[in-house]
Design a protein around this ligand. Structure first.
Ligand code: SF4
Ligand code: ZN
Ligand code: ZN
Length: 304
């Protein structure tokens, strides 16, 4: 297998693009894929301050590395969830910190256990809630808080094409209209205080992100979060993987066909309107007197 550009030995084959590339041309290709997503969806410019939500995994570290190489003003945010199983959270934090130090980039670290006296899984247990739902509320809150407090313009996450296509498949199977209205690679800021969210890795697959990290010598946490075991999204990923094997390009056609037609779902989202209230405790836009974050963590006015 030879690189289609220089005929040197190819290190990756990309059948969905009818392409094979050597290390050097694959690296350049990744930078182009990310640039394409940023420009096509008007995600941000070189003047914007970008907060990259990093988990220590390959996708978010690849994203941060690429943004820095492309000259974007980007800092990282790592949220330590306190997951002890296999030293998962602390190991992810170590890898993220090592990357930030090597890249000489600014990293914000939020430690949930230190701030709230309890880890995400422990809190979920006491509240009889699912760990992932509590995790989602908490991560969203801190992403917005750090972005607001530190003067960022946009939050970027490492979601790749596999993530987006799997979420789309799940939402389509069950016709979740509220989610189908907001699966775009870029969501502009909500009127009342939430931040713009960008997914610049949306043209790259998991496999491409893995190879990119290997080539760049980026050490990342290879294990999935222990709480992702049995997640439905993994089932949709497997189904799409099989489709992609027999019809290369199916995944990309599926997701970007949806993005082109996303207006079909606009206005079907009942929760699309701006939250009418501000949380009595933390002051962020909220559907109820106390927002879901503050009620989850049992916060009162004098604790925030
Ligand atoms: Fe949080 Fe892990 Fe669940 Fe993802 S899988 S939402 S990181 S607890
Ligand atoms: Zn080449
Ligand atoms: Zn609140």
């Amino acid at each position: 297998m030879k690189c289609r550009i220089c005929r040197a030995k190819a290190i990756i084959s990309l059948p969905q693009h009818n392409l094979a590339l050597c290390a050097e041309h694959f690296d350049a290709w990744m930078l182009k894929r990310v640039t394409k997503a940023i420009e096509e969806f008007g995600m941000f410019s070189k003047e914007d301050k970008i907060l990259v939500a990093v988990s220590g995994g390959k996708d978010s570290l690849a994203l941060w590395d690429i943004l820095l190489r492309l000259g974007y003003d980007s800092s990282g945010l790592y949220i330590n969830l306190g997951i002890k199983e296999g030293d998962y959270s602390d190991e992810s934090e170590r890898l993220t910190t090592a990357f930030a130090n090597r890249a000489n980039a600014k990293l914000y670290v939020v430690n949930i256990e230190q701030l709230h006296g309890m880890s995400i899984p422990d809190k979920a247990y006491t509240k009889k809630r699912k760990t992932c739902s509590l995790c989602g509320v908490t991560k969203r809150y801190y992403m917005n808080k750090i972005a607001r407090d530190m003067g960022f313009d946009v939050i970027a996450t490492g979601h790749n094409l596999d993530d987006q296509a799997a979420a789309l498949l799940g939402n389509m199977l069950f016709w979740k209209m509220d989610y189908l209205a907001k699966g775009a690679p870029y969501s502009p800021p909500m009127k009342a205080g939430e931040f713009a969210k960008a997914k610049p890795m949306v043209y790259c697959t998991e496999k491409e992100d893995t190879v990119y990290c290997l080539l760049r010598g980026i050490a990342y946490i290879e294990r999935e979060c222990p709480y992702s075991k049995g997640a439905t999204s993994l089932r949709w990923k497997r189904a799409l993987f099989e489709m992609e094997e027999s019809s290369p390009g199916a995944k990309q056609a599926f997701y970007f066909g949806y993005v082109k037609n996303i207006d079909l779902f606009a206005g079907k989202d009942e929760k699309e309107d701006v939250p009418p209230l501000t949380c009595r405790v933390c002051g962020t836009p909220s559907w109820n007197e106390v927002c879901s974050f503050c009620s989850t963590w049992d916060l009162h006015v004098d604790e925030i």
